[in-house]
Design a protein around this ligand. Sequence first.
Ligand SMILES: Cc1ncc(C[n+]2csc(CCOP(=O)(O)OP(=O)(O)O)c2C)c(N)n1
Ligand SMILES: [Mg+2]
Length: 428
Amino acid sequence: MASDTERRNLPPLELHVPEPKFRPGDDADFSDIAIPTVGETRRPDIADDHRDMPDLSYGLVRVLDDDGKAAGPWDPKLDPETLRKMLRAMALTRAYDGRMFRAQRQGKTSFYMKCTGEEAVAVAATFALDRDDMTFPSYRQQGILIARDWSLVDMMNQVYSNKKDRLMGRQLPIMYSTKQGGFFSISGNLATQFPQAVGWAMASAAKGDTRIAATWTGEGSSAEGDFHSACIFASVYRAPVIMNVVNNQWAISSFSGFAGGDETTFAARAVGYGLAGLRVDGNDALAVYAATQWAAERARTNNGPTLIEHFTYRAEGHSTSDDPEQYRSANEAADWPLGDPIARLKKHLISIGEWDEERHAAMDEEVATQVKTAQKQAEKNGILGHGLHQPLETMFEQVFEEMPWHLKEQMQDMLDENDAANGVCKTR
Ligand SMILES: Cc1ncc(C[n+]2csc(CCOP(=O)(O)OP(=O)(O)O)c2C)c(N)n1
Ligand SMILES: [Mg+2]
């Protein structure tokens, strides 16, 4: 054992507290981010052993170069019609976000979250999945529902907690849930969807089914214990699942360094857990598509799960309750070196002669009208700004098959209190 005298010669122990590189007022400079050229990150065979591909966790799968040309081994070589559909779904997602954000500012709902700059992560991945594959999203993948042509009116009914809200006002606005849409209920408890997705995938395999699961979490949430237990289960049982970490650099006001992003890549966690890992340019719709297609094929052929890090940037605030100007440099979004996913796919389509500025402007108008029309229809069912549209009892119902006595008692207390508050007199 060291004596006190020996200890005196040791430096005092220190903790490292990560600091973001830029704060409000600083000029953000991303020139130190290593961006491999298109084609530099190889594409292994889908049946290759995960032990033979640790380099993929440190590379960056890219297809679109700065001029909008598609190249390299990951080019999914999609036909122009599919590319245009993907572009439209991303533009519709952005238009929907813009409209719903404004609705919150107008007092029509209490809360909204945009996915600006991250549209490719959900939309392009959904295009690469089968319609009946099961998705376990976080709150920033509304693009999945839009890519699956889900009704915007139905989504808005949930945001407005109105009388047609299929969740009957029991969820925070934007926490959609639809079994028919293959879209698992979003949970406010971060990362819970990860073990749920792995469990669903294990059940699919146990039943001899052919459907796979895909799940998404933010990089900040990947520091939760649930993320890590999900990785272990996925690896041990080779569950048919795709696990996406959306590294948009920020978790509200905490930068990615607090989740481990300063020390290594998020994809590199795959190496430690014995999973295939891919690091992907999340603003390149073709790269997201190609990586998801690779991982889906791998899962579907019993070659195991894949952890995909989507390297992207949260271009706007965390939610309607956030003001990013308080904690990050104002020019970060505009200077993000991987650009904007919609602008990049548009440029690609133009470069192959399958699109032009006029068609793009017309598409933008069409999606804006589509969203406006849906909004009018949804508002006929009520808006949250006008109060509750569901009976208070729904708060207690549909949880237990048989409501336990203590909940019955609490429900009655609530109804009595509500009556009293409304001046309803009861004679016994
Ligand atoms: C278990 C848990 N911890 C904390 C929160 C509060 N919270 C909500 S969103 C958020 C940030 C998550 O950031 P990230 O995972 O990077 O996802 P992003 O918002 O960037 O998409 C936090 C801390 C929560 N909802 N649940
Ligand atoms: Mg984040």
